[in-house]
Design a protein around this ligand. Sequence first.
Ligand code: PHE
Length: 405
Amino acid sequence: MSRVPGRSSTALLAVILAACAAAYGVVAGCSSGTDRGGGGTPNGQSGAGKAASNEPVVIGHYGSLTGAQATFGISTSQGIRLAIKQANATGGINGRPITLREYDTKGDAREAGSVVTRLCTNDKVVAVLGEVASGLSLAGAPVCQEFGVPMITPSSTNPRVTVVGDMISRVCFIDPFQGLVCAKFAYEHRKARKVAMLYDQAAPYSTGLAEEFRGAFEKLGGTIATSQTYAEGDPDFNAQLTTIRSAEPDIIFVPGYYTDVANIAMQARKLGITAPLLGGDGWDSTKLTEIGGPAIEGSYYSNHYSQQDPSPTVQKFIATYKAEFGSTPDGLAALGYDAALLLFDAMKRSPSLGGKDLAAAIATSKDFHGVTGTITIDADRNAVKPAVMLEVKGGAPTYVTTIAP
Ligand code: PHE
């Protein structure tokens, strides 16, 4: 999965571009920085506002539909599909229907880079939604930037993602905030003074959130007793957990993705560790409790929305989603839905569907009323929003509190 440190992203892009040229035999199709509003592309040619035709507006989504992060992509995809269905029922983009091209990243950074290249060159999408995992968005974003195709990540929280360039924005909060939220929760709400950390050393999301948490928790007066690492998919966490057990922490901070977190929880309980685990949005999956069972009960994580939020917007979304897919939407479904609707809103406001116009329209989104809160894209193309803290209780995420920026 997210194995793309920043320094190698340029090299990766070169590989992708070469692969793209080889795969499609058209170097011209890979030319960089083209303004897709300039004509010649099936989707970018007509003004967004003024529908010159009723040709479909094609958007792309790249996500993990299989592998250890499969629920991330599936939920996001369903959220996006619901948004498209609703938008098309009310006239699409000024009369043009919206259609979706979607590819599985399999939780792999190389795959992410290559499918985004495909979306930009072969499918000539007007905009790209994805990825969830920050490491995969860091692989896809340089490709979108290079081709001048706006990308909105619904859920990648690592700050570096939108730093890639002006084509890239997001509808979620970022990890300096999420780290602070977790630190405040540990220190103030749980009265924790001594915390152990266990994070994925190769995932930008995990390393970034661990660092943000450390900074915030120490500033509050707390101590990080020990800091341990793992690699995604590790079967055995005994060595790290044994060290953590001797440190006797009040809380164990595990900013990872759900499959590893659930395994860590089970092994921790086997070793007799009773301290609650605490993590970030990467825990958000029904698989967390399916795999973790009783071991993950009483642990906490921060997230973008709570299913228990009584607001009519949230409850209406949950009811519609359930009717459509037969399951309760997680945070990623909500974020995918919000990202898509915010994109459609920007398309309607944009003078054209060309990359530059559309990216500018996205970047000036203001007070957009989403399921995950009110979204205003700031100067760095990030969203500033509150986070919720959830407790795993009776096998389900249960609302504890909201922490505002
Ligand atoms: N924020 C995570 C990342 O950047 C992805 C994520 C978001 C996972 C929301 C689950 C829920 O990698």
